[in-house]
Design a protein around this ligand. Structure first.
Ligand SMILES: Cc1cc2nc3c(=O)[nH]c(=O)nc-3n(C[C@H](O)[C@H](O)[C@H](O)COP(=O)(O)OP(=O)(O)OC[C@H]3O[C@@H](n4cnc5c(N)ncnc54)[C@H](O)[C@@H]3O)c2cc1C
Length: 638
């Protein structure tokens, strides 16, 4: 185990990794339920690690389906997608092969908050992911609905040993990973109409929910929504603002060759806005919106609100931005990003007719909301193993998250841990200073989110250490150690590190004329200097022929060196604090300056260490700092 794994979250709540008892009736090592982003990464990860895996999904023709927006990445989400790639996953390669617009977001801001985003050709993306799944050795796809979990009771212990399929077949496995997304007891809403289903054209499933409840798990209701899809014809493109991709984009995957990237023709997106007339229409019809009429109980995503939520929650705003995103190269379907809604169809028609440029647009499919069960993820350990049901892992939207990248990252970690469990090996847990995936799992399993959880850079206290450009340096060796990636991936990272090392040595040595007596490294530390400029001015540096992506990493390394050093010291301090024990009878009333909520919760929950104290909701970093001083005093007093 690395020291990083002992960071907040991982150490205290680690599930004792017992080897599963050998089951003579076992058919496979790992069964994964669901062929969405979580399920695909889970199944592929377990298969890469040598497990015999069956992926059971309701529709084999929808493996890797993008239920909502045809895009991968974004700020923080792009980091997650690159982490999935560095851990050997499918998402990065799939989007690189099927992307029709690539952009790096936030380039005007610091390196830590930049994130790659790509528009996908939706059908090509799904086909590419399906091909990867079908080609994977050790992985079989079974098209069926899972109706029940197979559970064995032994004295007072319970264990999940497989799944029962529609039609009666049973699949027994050492580990089961459930990734059923928005499908559990799902209801779709458009205005007054309600239909059962987790996504247009697909059923809802209920048996798994009932079995989770029987296992004693707490479920809740969440909701999400999707916007209308338009036909390309009828949109007045000339009146809209075009938004092209980057002129020389970089791929998501460390395995995609820069030469020849991107492979598909690139297309622009377009921007328009709602206005006060469309907002008036929404307000006049708000009583017909399922959320406002009380027909939806589930909590919606705060950070991806429906247009009715935006209008009602931000009455001071007189317009909201809408992005028109093509769903592919060979389709006329246009996705209206920003206009998620479950208003009745007649209101959606009237609303679109008021948006500049869309007055004559034809709706191909109206927007809708879906309400579904999720499982409170505080009931999982940091390997996404259900604490009270050994053998059962949960990943993706079922854990209360929203988004493909959050689902994929959890899926990969759950699949890897299911494979480890199946063979009786120890857990694979990423620290909060190693990966956004580590932050994600730690937040989910310790914070008990009550609304759909989406990743942001602000959730990562060590985001300076979690840049998108050098994810491979952090994760590839970790992944290789458990068989998630191969020796070729490690050699690639080592090659890149050697190139960076050579460049760094040159920067420290050269004193070119333009640097005015300083080394090139000192010159580059000035905010206005760039590696690109240095390459143009300094033939020796240019002779290293650094690939474009390493130019970014070199620059970020130079500019961030001081901050990174400080962040690492912080990590060290946190790690020490994590394991500092609080005496059992510690008197919290004697700690002056503690917030009331913090004092009350600490007194009630009596955490064992300062690390555990810091993870209690309502106990803030200043509270922990105060506590640390008093605990140290108590220790000295003996
Ligand atoms: C209408 C809608 C709107 C959305 N809007 C947004 C948004 O605005 N922003 C955002 O970030 N995310 C949004 N999402 C969420 C996004 O689609 C998910 O976060 C992501 O797809 C979750 O991935 P997943 O793998 O967990 O589940 P999913 O992609 O939902 O995949 C679940 C899989 O499980 C299978 N399955 C379900 N039950 C069974 C069963 N009993 N047996 C066998 N197979 C089963 C399904 O067939 C499917 O393959 C939306 C989703 C929907 C449906």
């Amino acid at each position: 185990m690395t020291a990083a794994q002992q960071l907040p979250g991982a150490a205290e709540r680690r599930h004792p990794h017992r080897a599963p008892p050998t089951d003579p009736k076992r058919t496979v090592d790992v069964v994964v339920v669901g062929g969405g982003h979580a399920g695909v990464e889970a199944a592929l990860a377990a298969a890469r690690m040598g497990s015999c895996v069956v992926l059971v999904t309701m529709r084999a023709d929808r493996i890797g389906e993008m239920s909502c927006n045809p895009a991968i990445g974004g700020v923080a989400k792009g980091q997650l997608a690159r982490e999935v790639d560095a851990l050997g996953g499918a998402m990065g390669l799939a989007i690189d092969r099927t992307g029709i617009q690539f952009r790096m977001l936030n380039t005007a801001k610091g390196f830590a908050v930049q994130g790659p985003r790509a528009q996908a050709d939706r059908h090509r993306y799904r086909d590419e992911v399906t091909r990867m799944v079908l080609d994977a050795p050790g992985l079989t796809v079974r098209e069926s609905a899972v109706e029940r979990l197979l559970v064995e009771h032994n004295a007072d212990r319970v264990r999940v040993v497989g799944v029962a399929l529609a039609g009666g077949d049973e699949l027994r496995a050492s580990a089961v990973v459930i990734t059923t997304g928005t499908f559990l007891r799902a209801i779709m809403h458009t205005g007054e109409s309600q239909t059962a289903g987790g996504r247009v054209g697909e059923d809802s499933t209920g048996g798994i929910s009932a079995d989770l409840v029987r296992l004693g798990l707490e479920l809740g209701r969440l909701k999400t929504g999707t916007p209308p899809r338009l036909s390309r014809e009828g949109i007045d493109w000339d009146r809209l603002e075009a938004q092209p991709g980057d002129p020389a984009p970089l791929p998501f995957s460390f395995r995609t060759p820069l030469l020849g990237f991107p492979g598909l023709p690139q297309v622009p997106c377009f921007i328009t806005y709602t206005d006060s007339a469309s907002h008036d229409l929404v307000r006049a019809n708000i009583h017909r919106a399922p959320m406002y009429a009380g027909r939806i109980q589930g909590v919606g995503p705060r950070y991806c609100p429906s247009v009715e939520d935006k209008v009602m929650r931000f009455p001071e705003r007189d317009r909201h931005q809408l992005f028109l995103e093509p769903e592919g190269l060979d389709t006329d379907v246009i996705y209206v990003n920003g206009l998620s809604t479950s208003l009745p169809t007649d209101v959606q028609d009237a609303l679109l007719a008021k948006v500049p440029g869309l007055e004559r647009a034809r709706i191909l499919r109206h927007g809708y909301a879906v309400e579904y069960d999720f499982c409170q993820p505080a009931q999982l350990d940091p390997t996404l193993h259900v604490l009270r049901a050994p053998g059962l892992f949960l990943a993706g939207q079922i854990n209360g998250t929203s988004g493909y990248e959050e689902a994929a990252a959890q899926g990969l970690l759950a699949g890897a841990n299911a494979a480890l469990w199946a063979r009786g090996d120890g857990p694979f847990v990423l620290g909060r200073d190693e990966a956004y995936a580590g932050v994600l799992v730690d937040d989910l399993t310790s914070l008990a989110p009550t609304e759909p959880y989406r990743m942001f850079t602000s959730r990562a206290e060590y985001r300076l250490l979690l840049r998108q450009d050098d994810v491979d340096r952090r994760l590839v060796r970790r992944a290789a150690a458990i068989g998630l990636t191969d020796a070729a991936a490690v050699r690639r990272v080592e090659g890149r590190e050697a190139q960076l090392g050579a460049a760094g040595a040159l920067l420290a040595k050269l004193r070119p004329d333009f640097a005015g007596g300083r080394t090139l490294l000192e010159w580059l530390r000035r905010p206005e200097s760039t590696v690109v400029a240095a390459l143009a001015l300094c033939p020796q540096l240019a002779a290293l022929d650094l690939p474009r992506d390493l130019v970014v990493t070199l620059e970020a390394d130079v500019k961030y060196a001081g901050y990174v050093q400080r962040a690492r010291l912080d990590v060290e301090r946190q790690r020490r604090q994590e394991s500092t024990e609080i005496p059992t009878e510690f008197d919290y009333t004697g700690v002056g300056g503690l917030g009331n909520e913090a004092r009350e919760k600490l007194g009630k929950l009596r955490p064992r260490t300062l690390g555990a104290a810091g993870r209690i909701a309502g106990v803030n970093p200043p509270d922990v700092a105060l506590l640390a001083i008093h605990v140290e005093r108590a220790r000295r007093r003996g």
